[in-house]
Design a binder for this molecule. Structure first.
Ligand code: GLA
Length: 728
């Protein structure tokens, strides 16, 4: 049993293999947080309850007590003046909610969220799950709130979500309903977050936590390039191997808020959920609202351990694709090779060359449909342009398959161009506020996916194309944020539901896609990596990490992304040189070595490569097959960061049985008077000997970990090495 309850039912201890999370009921009334950290068996933790009521003076100082209490789920309006998780408006306009403990239930397994992505127990041994559901009630409002905490037998993560049920007779209006909250003592924390922009997504940032609030959020209708639904509080001095880390990551792809608040008592509240700005959900009598899940992780051994807990959880309990544990085909994508200027002959020429080089799939990117010869038109017109794809799609795919390559295709299903047949027929299908010009981004509008007829129409058009030929891969893109949020059909009462209902529409379409095409390899994308989040990973085992493929720019992008997400999820391609985003000139080997840490493919015109370059491509592809299982299933360690040392980057992947490890070293700059970089490896068998492939050198595991491997510096800029150590 992972979840323990004290005899009087007032103390809960949720255990994972190495951690414990404790809460209790104060005064038989309020559910308070007691402890989160290393595993503890004792239930005798009531003394940790910060409940300062004097039993004789009870009502005199209620608000002072409430304002200092460590709530499991804080509500707005009754005297907790920190930022709350739940703000409810009654039919009469009151915003006062007080949740009182009502009972609990422990259930085997984990409830599947409805219409939302979520973690699951899976099948087979070692996949057991247990869930604690604590019921809280506000009798005055007629509101029941279920707090759910799920754990898996093989993971140190705790999955949290909330369900609100209207048990009253009048409507309730949910103005804010977050998924999780964690009140703790402030212990000199640093806050670690991920930030960026188009082309430089998910750079790691950290700062000391001081008084006041720090908010990471997105109001863009997607998780965004700019922010990531992730927060980690780390004790001072935390690094990859040391320090206590408390982290949250949101299984959602739309508007979110993630916040820390240090109050005047120096306690700290960490919370996460759907962004309340513009949000309002009408909860009719008898109706329920379910929040997306938050994954909560405590790691006693630094950020590296936190990373591996997230990776294992996502591989074992979130990504459900058949491709998760399979080798992904090496692809060539024609976007940066041709942009919109292609036809079937040009694609087939690429395919013939690809076959000779050992590439396994062609992905036909943007520009194959309607009259889409630039990015100003045709989104929504999902029928093949036979002037470019002569004889139709099936004929092209047959030609590609005849060369023994698979075929993949690009869509942007959520969008509509003002210059499109679809828009001329259904102008009301665009997201808009009547009477106001719709704001454009990349010359396009967003489709109103809160309307079922729009979802059905677009889904059927996309599915029709997939059915029409042997299509084995889809890249699902989304190239602008959502603004002018409004739907012609939702009406005044429900307009605040727009942004969440939009996400439910996206999720519904992807769910149908996977149900109807279970063998399809789906890659999500959003103008590069604007929607790289656990919500999307539920549907697609890989996500396009960034439009910037320059290997040096990719170091920080992939470091930040891999802090949370397994390497097998990161779309990574070898780009052309000079790079199209930053103009940098880098060696082909370094471009390939950096892309090897992801799904691997090419995004350049391979027909224009020299014979020498083609020879290299053949060897990179062999290398990919040699290492892919290791990259996909192995344990990831961040050894050094160019961001920190301003000289080189280094990461390592170790086989689960420690029989081999691949170390990637990328040296951004050369420095005079320095001979070598000391790479202290991790995760090896200390007692074993490891041979360095391609040499006659043999090293003791303990030496590689304690003293490190001495990597001689590479003269010049942007050199890189792969070091493959194999246990003897
Ligand atoms: C986005 C994607 C690119 C490419 C273009 C096509 O920017 O991230 O990879 O597919 O759209 O328009």
């Amino acid at each position: 049993m992972a979840i323990h309850v004290s005899e009087n039912g007032m103390i809960f201890n949720i255990q994972t293999p190495n951690t414990a999370y404790m809460m209790g009921v104060a005064d038989k009334k309020y559910l308070g947080h007691l402890y989160y950290g290393k595993k503890i068996e004792s239930m005798n933790a009531k003394y940790l309850m910060r409940w300062n009521y004097d039993p004789h003076e009870k009502q005199k100082n209620k608000i002072d007590c409430i304002d200092r209490f460590y709530f499991e789920y804080a509500t707005f309006g009754v005297g907790d003046f920190r930022d709350s998780c739940l703000r409810v408006r009654s039919e009469q306009g009151y915003r006062v909610c007080e949740l009182v403990y009502d009972g609990y239930e422990i259930i085997d397994g984990k409830p599947a969220p409805s219409g939302l992505p979520g973690t699951f127990a899976g099948e087979g041994s070692g996949q057991k799950a247990q869930t604690l559901v604590v019921t809280l009630k506000d009798e005055v409002l007629g509101l029941k709130v279920l707090l759910r905490y799920s754990v898996f037998e093989d993971s140190d993560a705790i999955i949290r979500s909330v369900v609100a049920v209207n048990e009253g007779k009048e409507n309730l209006y949910l103005e804010k309903i977050l998924s999780a909250c964690l009140d703790m003592d402030q212990e000199g924390f640093e806050l670690v977050t991920l930030h960026g922009a188009w082309g430089r997504e998910r750079h790691i940032a950290s700062r000391k936590v001081t008084e006041g609030k720090y908010v990471v959020s997105s109001l863009r209708g997607e998780t965004s390039h700019q922010a990531q639904p992730f927060l980690a509080l780390a004790t001072h001095g935390t690094d990859q191997k040391h320090g206590d880390v408390y982290a949250m990551n949101f299984v959602y792809s739309g508007n979110f808020i993630a916040e820390t608040e240090m109050d005047y008592n120096e306690s700290i509240r960490m919370s996460m959920g759907i962004h309340p700005d513009g949000f309002e959900w009408v909860l009719e009598p008898g109706a329920a609202f379910e929040t997306p899940e938050v994954v909560m992780v405590y790691a006693a051994q630094g950020l590296g351990q936190m990373t591996r807990i997230f990776h294992d959880l996502y591989r074992n309990h979130l990504i459900r694709s058949r491709y998760l544990h399979r080798e992904r085909p090496i692809l060539v994508n024609n976007w940066e090779a041709t942009y919109f200027d292609f036809d079937s002959d040009k694609l087939v020429a690429i395919v013939k060359e690809a076959k000779a080089l050992g590439i396994e799939m062609l992905v036909m990117d943007d520009g194959w449909f309607g009259n889409r010869n630039n990015d100003e038109c045709a989104l929504g017109d999902w029928s093949v342009n036979e002037e470019k794809i002569r004889g139709g799609l099936a004929a092209l795919v047959d030609r590609v398959n005849a060369e023994e390559l698979k075929f993949g295709i690009w869509f942007e299903p959520e969008m509509i161009s003002p210059d499109s047949k679809l828009y001329r027929e259904h102008p009301d299908w665009a997201v808009q506020m009547p009477g106001r010009d719709i704001g454009m981004s990349r010359q396009q509008y967003v489709l109103d996916l809160t309307r079922q007829e729009v979802v059905d129409y677009i889904y059927e058009r996309v599915a029709g194309v997939i059915r029409s030929a042997n299509i084995e891969y889809v890249k699902w893109d989304m190239n602008r944020p959502v603004a002018d949020a409004g739907s012609m059909t939702l009406g005044r009462e429900h307009m605040g539901e727009f942004m969440h209902r939009y996400m439910l529409g996206v999720y519904q379409m992807q769910e149908r896609l996977l149900r109807d095409f279970p063998d399809l390899l789906l890659e999500n994308c959003s103008g590069g990596g604007g929607r790289f989040d656990p919500g999307m990973l539920y549907y697609s085992p890989q996500i396009w990490t960034s439009d910037d493929m320059d290997p040096i720019e990719r170091l920080a992008i992939q470091e930040g992304t891999a802090m949370l997400y397994p390497l097998s999820t990161m779309g990574a391609h070898v780009c052309v040189c000079p790079n199209h985003s930053v103009g940098r000139v880098t060696p082909l080997e370094t471009r390939a070595n950096v892309a090897l840490a992801g799904t691997f493919g090419y995004e350049l015109d391979i027909t224009k490569m020299t014979a020498e370059e083609k020879e290299k491509v053949i060897s990179f592809n062999r290398q990919y097959h040699q290492y892919h299982a290791l990259m996909r299933e192995g344990n990831y360690y961040r050894i050094a960061s160019y961001r920190e040392n301003q000289m080189y980057d280094c990461w390592q992947v170790v086989a689960p049985d420690r029989s081999e490890t691949l170390v990637t070293y990328v040296q951004v700059r050369f420095e005079t008077r320095r001979k070598s970089a000391r790479l202290r490896l991790e995760g090896l068998d200390a007692q074993a000997q490891y041979a360095l492939a391609g040499t006659d050198e043999v090293y003791a595991g303990e030496l590689l970990m304690q003293a490190g491997y001495l990597q001689e510096l590479i003269f010049g800029d942007y050199g890189s090495r792969l070091l493959h150590f194999v246990r003897r």
